[in-house]
Design a protein around this ligand. Structure first.
Ligand code: MG
Ligand code: MG
Ligand code: MG
Length: 309
C-alpha cells in the first residue's frame, strides 16, 4: 500500500481530472498532508499538450488501490467512475463539481462540491482562501483544466467564477486562453491515431440508474462529418462494448467545439430513451443532431437519467 494519500480523478481521465489531482496534491501539502497525484488512464492528446507545454511528467498510472489506502477524489464521486478497490479504501476528501450519486463512506470526510464549470475553479478559490501563492505551473494546470471543461468558457456549465478564475490565471501565467487554450483544445481533436475502440473510450463515463447501465462517451472535434465518416467501425466497437459490459444503452457524442453543437449515435436495447430524452427521432443511422448541446453533465446525462424509471 502507498503510504502517501493518493489524489485521483476519474477513469478515462480528462484534463481536469489530471491537472486538478496535481493542484490538489500541492494544496494538501500546504496543510501538511503528504499526497501523491495519480491517474487512472492514459493521457488524451489535449492533456498531453499541457504536459508538453510545461515540460513536465504526468502523474503515475495506477489501476487499483489496496485495502485501507487513503484517497482524495477530485472531479468525480460516482463509484462507477472511480478507482478499482475504492470500496475498501479510506476516502479523506472529495473536491468535485458533478452530481452526487451512490456515494457513501464509513467515516466523516471533507466534501467540497460546487456547481462550477471545473474542479480547478474550486481549487483556485481554495488556494486564495489558504493565502497560497499560485505559481506559473499550478496556474497553467488550472487554466488548462478550466478551458477544457468549459470549452473555452462557451459551455453552459461555465459560471462567473470560472470566467473570473481564467482572467486571473491569464495574468499569473502570461498565457492567453483564446490562444493557448484553443491550441490545447485543437490538439485534443486529433483522433487519427486512435482505433475505434480507443475513440469510444477516450472520454467515456458510466452511469447506473434503476438497474440500467448506460455509457455516454464524448469526443471533441472541429468537424463532425469527419468523425461521423468512421460511423461503421465506431458502431462496431460500440456494439462490442455493449455486449461485453452488458450495457442497456451506449451513446457516443461528437461535439463540435467551434459551432457548439453535437451529433449523437445511440445503440443498445434502450436506444429509444434518447428520443424520449431529447424529443427527437433517431435517423436511419441511429443518430440525431443536438444543436447547442455540448455538455454531457448538464445537457445530456440529466434528461437521459430523467426518462429512466
Ligand atoms: Mg472530468
Ligand atoms: Mg471536471
Ligand atoms: Mg469533460
Amino acid at each position: 500500500m502507498e503510504n502517501k494519500v493518493l489524489v485521483t480523478g476519474h477513469k478515462n481521465p480528462d484534463t481536469d481530472s489530471i491537472c486538478s489531482s496535481i493542484v490538489m496534491a500541492n494544496l494538501a501539502k500546504h496543510y501538511g498532508v503528504d499526497c501523491k497525484p495519480v491517474r487512472l488512464g492514459n493521457l488524451n492528446k489535449e492533456t498531453e499538450y499541457v504536459f508538453k507545454h510545461l515540460n513536465m511528467e504526468a502523474p503515475e498510472l495506477i489501476e487499483k488501490v489496496d485495502e485501507g489506502q487513503k484517497l482524495i477524489l477530485v472531479d468525480h464521486n460516482e463509484k462507477a467512475q472511480s478507482v478499482e478497490g475504492r470500496e475498501n479504501a479510506k476516502i479523506l476528501a472529495v473536491i468535485d463539481h458533478h452530481r452526487i450519486a451512490d456515494f457513501e463512506t464509513n467515516e466523516p470526510l471533507y466534501y467540497l462540491a460546487k456547481p462550477y464549470g471545473c474542479t480547478s475553479t474550486l481549487l483556485f478559490e481554495e488556494y486564495k482562501k489558504a493565502g497560497l501563492e499560485i505559481d506559473k505551473v499550478m496556474g497553467t494546470l488550472m487554466l488548462s483544466a478550466i478551458v477544457s471543461d468549459t470549452l473555452l468558457l462557451k459551455s453552459p456549465t461555465c459560471t462567473e467564477k470560472d470566467v473570473k478564475a481564467v482572467e486571473e490565471l491569464e495574468e499569473i501565467t502570461g498565457l492567453k486562453a483564446s490562444e493557448y487554450g484553443l491550441d490545447m483544445l485543437k490538439a485534443g481533436t486529433d483522433l487519427s491515431t486512435y482505433s475505434s475502440q480507443e475513440v469510444i473510450n477516450l472520454d467515456a463515463k458510466e452511469y447506473e440508474k434503476n438497474g440500467k447501465k448506460i455509457v455516454i462517451s464524448q469526443v471533441n472535434t472541429a468537424d463532425i462529418d469527419d468523425v461521423f465518416s468512421r460511423r461503421e467501425e465506431l458502431e462496431f466497437a460500440m456494439e462490442k462494448e455493449i455486449a461485453e459490459k452488458k450495457l442497456d444503452l451506449f451513446i457516443f457524442v461528437i461535439t463540435d467545439i467551434i459551432n457548439t453543437s453535437s451529433k449523437i449515435i445511440a445503440l443498445g436495447a434502450d436506444k429509444e430513451l434518447t428520443e424520449k430524452a431529447f424529443g427527437k427521432k433517431l435517423d436511419e443511422f441511429d443518430s440525431m443532431m443536438l444543436e447547442g448541446v455540448v455538455s454531457r453533465k448538464k445537457q445530456i446525462a440529466p434528461p437521459l437519467l430523467e426518462v429512466i424509471d
